[in-house]
Design a protein around this ligand. Structure first.
Ligand code: SF4
Length: 356
């Protein structure tokens, strides 16, 4: 996605009204939820350059994972709103944060008008992939921001989307989330699964709560995510763990991964998928200082390993893949690369491999 550059000179456009973006809610913890009119919510493969359709009801995510690659999308929305005169210069600074990444976690855009937009998008979707005999192109919810982040409790945007998808037949739907709130929607997930292929990926990088707290500012604790996974699988929902990113030197050792696989099995997971860290330029500013603070012994190795590319070094990725497959075999899970296999070439920006 191209990021709009800021104008070098002050805009000659008319003065911006004090609050052109409607604030839907404000929380004591400092988060503001802002309305974002959405004419379209389903991104086609042509729009994103990946092989599946994607849908994200929110822009920004309160969970605030330091390794999250979606911050650029928030920045893009903020810059567009400013360029269009819907954010004053002062609001623009507030919606970016001092370093350009903070507001992603504290200024959450809630897409408004989802039902109408989705209705139009589904017509487009069925026109493009409705050829008889051809399997429906996957629709993945939560590729850029968590669809069950705290705001969903109030706004129920993800629920609205699922209710609509439950009326369709023959879809191939994936959902990615770190939040136990997904268990709230078991009823609608069951209805979707009656008519379509559904896979719920509960995202968890480690069962070590201390590591989680250093790297994911406000995400749910591992035990809460595993309880949600247990509820989903007990209700017959096709759900498993996605372990991404695996962090070199932090969570990639056998004991860490074994503990995850064991926890997944106890929660009734149908699959466990894993993939290494991708360190995009927009992620570095947020992630590397945290690495320096909490894992200083790894700082130099990460900088060297990711110096030339966002993906982890190829030998590392290959070694990690072998390790994951061995664990999949040992714990009785299907042996594959996970989402990459299921959605064929389509995971967002290509991954590399780890070899620190
Ligand atoms: S939960 Fe997902 S979208 Fe939210 S900050 Fe973490 S990685 Fe990003």
């Amino acid at each position: 996605m191209r990021v709009t550059q800021l104008p070098l000179l002050p805009s000659a456009s008319p003065p911006v009204p004090p609050s052109a973006l409607a604030v839907l809610d404000e929380r004591l913890r400092g988060t503001k939820f802002v309305q974002l009119a959405a004419r379209s919510v389903l991104n086609s493969p042509q729009q994103t350059g990946v092989d599946f359709w994607s849908l994200n009801p929110y822009v920004g995510c309160e969970f605030g994972c330091t390794y999250c690659y979606a911050r650029y999308a928030h920045r893009y929305v903020v810059e567009r709103a400013h360029d269009a005169g819907r954010l004053s210069d002062a609001e623009f600074r507030e919606f970016r944060g001092p370093h350009g990444w903070e507001a992603f976690e504290r200024r959450i855009f809630v897409k408004e008008g989802l039902p109408g937009a989705l209705e139009r998008d589904l017509q487009r979707y069925f026109r493009s992939s409705g050829t008889s005999g051809v399997a429906a192109a996957p629709i993945v919810i939560g590729t850029a921001t968590d669809p069950y982040q705290p705001g969903e409790r109030r706004f129920r945007a993800t629920r609205q989307v699922l209710e609509r998808l439950a009326r369709c037949e023959g879809l191939n739907i994936g959902i990615i989330t770190k939040s136990p709130l997904v268990a709230r929607d078991i009823d609608v997930l069951q209805r979707i699964a009656d008519k379509s292929d559904l896979q719920v990926h509960v995202s968890l990088t480690t069962v070590d709560a201390a590591i989680i707290r250093r790297l994911e500012a406000r995400s749910p604790m591992p035990a809460a995510r595993l309880r949600a996974l247990r509820k989903l699988t007990a209700a017959g929902v096709n759900a498993g763990l996605i372990v991404a990113p695996v962090l070199p030197g932090i969570t990639d050792d056998v004991p860490h991964l074994e503990a995850l696989f064991q926890a997944a099995r106890e929660a009734g997971a149908r699959f466990v998928h894993a993939g290494p860290l991708r360190l995009y330029p927009a992620v570095r500013d947020r992630f590397l200082p945290v690495l320096d603070a909490h894992f200083p012994q790894l700082s130099e190795r990460y900088r060297r390993a990711y110096a030339r590319a966002s993906g982890a070094p190829r030998p590392y990725a290959a070694a990690l893949s072998r390790r994951v497959r061995r664990l999949q075999r040992r714990f009785g899970f299907p042996e594959n690369e996970g989402m990459r296999d299921r959605y064929a070439n389509h995971l967002p920006p290509a991954q590399g491999a780890l070899g620190l």
